[in-house]
Ligand binder design. Structure first.
Ligand code: KG4
Ligand code: ZN
Length: 340
């Protein structure tokens, strides 16, 4: 069976074709980064309009790259949420329109389930059950994954998502949108031990996170050094280093607790922030020490993409989770998903 996946939840148009026997056959991505850069963040209306321009040409390209025609496609999966409502509506309307024209079923996909299952596109895949740390621009979730579709949230952020904290801190430091990866790059030039940032909510039990204080701590540190214009590059790099060190350490402390609490030895990291090299290395070290294993998607499938939606869509399709509505759910807790 073969499925077309459509991702348009934020500022990336991602299209892919996945075959349940042959694996991923093609994937196409168009990033709107340049479009939003002047505004310092995603402008929802511009995002929707650009998805309208890009989605159909990318579907043509993905079909061609996979050597498929519409007749080879058994179902169409699209991101139904969570995300920006206008952007989601573009994907859902195109999915619905194509499904009507081609007479194929439609499969709504949860964006975070897509991220969670992205490591399944790699050669080395985790067995169930495992812990998933989902870290993106909109979410910070620690999830116990008992089996495909069976998710229990162990912890989540009570304020900013960790990706959001990276982006906001980057903005404070004068870095261009999208700031997260730029801040991580600046941190590579920083020196250890110059600043020590707090590890929020690690001094009390529980698995929830809070990241908005780290951004404020970075802003105050920068101000104490003379502000953005009077601080030299090395000092900025040192602040970036301390921010990243604290954010990663905080994630690590909670992962360690979640593993202990559940007795599990496998952990998956996914979502945009899982592209962070420091986080991957730190989690790799931790799992080595614990005699467990960490799994993550290749870097290009950490951030938003169509491949993860096609993969998750295939699993949902096989479980019979097709829909006749062009439903979008801008807010959609992952725990509301039906088991497979
Ligand atoms: O999953 P994603 O592409 O979109 C959402 O669903 O939100 O995640 C984007 C987030 C952004 O906040 C971005 O700054 C962050 O992931 N990100 C990173 C890195 N690469 C992307 N954060 C830290 N280090 C990185 N290398
Ligand atoms: Zn995402």
């Amino acid at each position: 069976m073969r499925i077309l996946g459509i991702e348009t939840s934020c500022d990336e148009t991602g299209i892919a074709v996945y075959d349940d026997e042959l694996g991923l056959l093609s994937h196409q991505l168009y990033s709107q980064v340049k479009l939003h850069a002047d505004y310092g963040g995603v402008v929802p209306e511009l995002a929707s309009r650009d998805h309208v321009r890009k989605t159909l040409p990318l579907i043509d390209a993905a079909l061609e790259e996979s050597g498929s025609t519409k007749n080879d496609i058994d179902a169409i999966a699209y991101t139904a949420g969570p995300g920006l409502v206008g952007a989601l509506l573009v994907g859902s309307t195109i999915a619905r329109g194509l499904a009507f024209a081609w007479q194929k079923p439609v499969v709504p996909v949860h964006h975070m389930e897509g991220h969670l299952l992205a490591p399944m596109l790699e050669e080395e895949q985790p067995e169930y059950p495992f812990i998933a740390l989902l870290v993106s621009g909109g979410h910070t979730l620690l999830v116990e994954v008992k089996q495909l579709g069976d998710y229990t949230i162990l912890g989540e952020s009570i304020d900013d998502a960790v990706g959001e904290a990276f982006d906001k801190t980057a903005k404070i430091m004068g870095l261009e949108y999208p700031g997260g990866p730029r801040l991580a790059k600046l941190a590579e030039l920083g020196e250890k031990g110059v600043y020590r940032f707090p590890r929020p909510m690690t001094d009390r039990p529980g698995l929830d996170f809070s990241f908005s204080g780290l951004k404020t701590f970075a802003a105050n540190t920068l101000r104490a050094e003379g502000g953005m214009d009077n601080t030299n590059e090395q000092t900025k790099a040192n602040i970036a280093f301390a921010f990243q060190e604290a954010a990663v350490d905080t994630l690590l402390i909670k992962c360690k607790r979640a593993l202990k609490q559940t007795g599990l030895k496998r952990i998956v990291i996914a979502g945009g922030v899982s592209a962070n090299v420091h986080l991957r290395a730190a989690l790799g070290d931790l799992m080595k020490k614990l005699g467990g294993q960490v799994y993550y998607p290749r870097t290009e499938f950490c951030t938003d993409n169509g491949a993860m939606i096609a993969y998750a869509g295939m699993q949902r399709f096989k479980a019979g989770h097709v829909s006749n509505d062009a439903v979008v759910k801008p807010r959609w807790p992952i725990t509301e998903l039906l088991a497979m």
